[in-house]
Design a binder for this molecule. Sequence first.
Ligand code: NAP
Length: 442
Amino acid sequence: MIEYRNLRIALLGAGSVGAQVADQLLTHGDELAARVGAGLELVGVAVRDVDAPRTADIPRELLTANAEELILGADIVVELMGGLEPARTLILQALNSGADVITANKALLATHGPELFEAAEQVGAQLYYEAAVGGAIPIIRPLRDSLAGDRVTRILGIVNGTTNFILDRMDKHGETMEQALATATELGYAEADPTADVGGYDAAQKAGILASLAFHTLVPASAVHREGITEVTLDDVRAARKAGYVVKLLAICEKIVDPATLKEGVSARVYPALVPEEHPLAAVHGANNAVFVEAEAAGPLMFYGAGAGGIQTASAVLGDVVSAARRHVVGGPGVAESTHANLPVLPISAVTTRYQITLQVADQPGVLATIATLFSEHGVSVETVEQSVVSGQRGEAADAPAATLVIGTHEASEADLAATVAALTTSTVVHSVTGVLRVEGL
Ligand code: NAP
């Protein structure tokens, strides 16, 4: 029997995700209420244009263009408008009025997260954001709650469905980057302006959120090293397969020792990387997302599923609605975001990893020895060398014999690798350095 008063829910936004959240609350509200022990009343839905056609059947009287008024007196405010403003101001108003807030807005959290969490803590309210990373995939709560007794050491995430779709098309269908992007746009996986996705910005925002949670340290998106996928060529993808790897855009959050201070710090970085074919992340196809977490006691864990989509993302949002509603019923203060470890966030130069470098070289005796010496002079140890002859293609003279070398290294620092690549570029036996990709997940 439900004895608690109805909880008032204000929804800001009725687009791809918001419309699905409204629909679920209107059609399954009673079931959710039974799980909470209180009625859940959708008191209104704020949109820009109340007369615009809607995919969900939202009663006209619930729609309003006045979001500020709607949040007054709400117990739970669900922000699904996106963008920085007015989302930030409305969330602050909602928190300051004592409401719990749910958002899927990674851009807002990555930019104004500390201000929002601080505001929540001041009034004992809670800010939930399960849908901000990985869409439907439960990853925020596992990191914050389920793994709270363990120590996370590393996270490797495929957290951007658009780029995974593009790289997968190149790998499976032999499409070039341009062709794969055109396919992604045609099928609705890429926005008209794909910069946030292909430039790695979206993944960097999510990396900042994951690293902050996993390492109890504030990691703003601006501290995340970011490289997008625009430089990845079909040749890179093919060479990777030949060497037993798949190219994936990874968000990497890792606890590492800073070589300069020998103290522990956090590295958060986004770049296209080679993942061994047998690694679980290599099997993440299409626009799916996955987050691979390594923790000291738990060992490796993988969270996999739909990283976007209206109804899928609504699942994560509604999970937060139920959590927030339960907290209202049970009482107790909001749990502050934990940044107790406060580790330094380290630059990319502090990272060591393996690399795969593709070179066009002169096909003549002694070239391999010259190149091997160049690597060792810069402190980078070569693990594998694969050579294929492409006679007459890239030689200095039109018919000079040339060869492609794909060199895999042992672990090396970013600084040593950069010095090696610079030396290769000026070497007389090297025609060009056509690809440098890091290897992750070993
Ligand atoms: P969307 O389809 O663009 O919908 C935005 C909604 O917000 C629309 O209903 C719009 O009203 C309303 N809105 C925008 N600005 C407003 C304003 N100033 N005042 C009142 N209403 C306003 O967005 P979405 O794809 O649902 O995404 C919502 C959030 O979820 C974003 O933060 C996004 O990053 C996040 N997210 C989305 C997905 C996904 O698959 N779509 C996945 C994970 C996370 P009108 O309808 O009148 O224009």
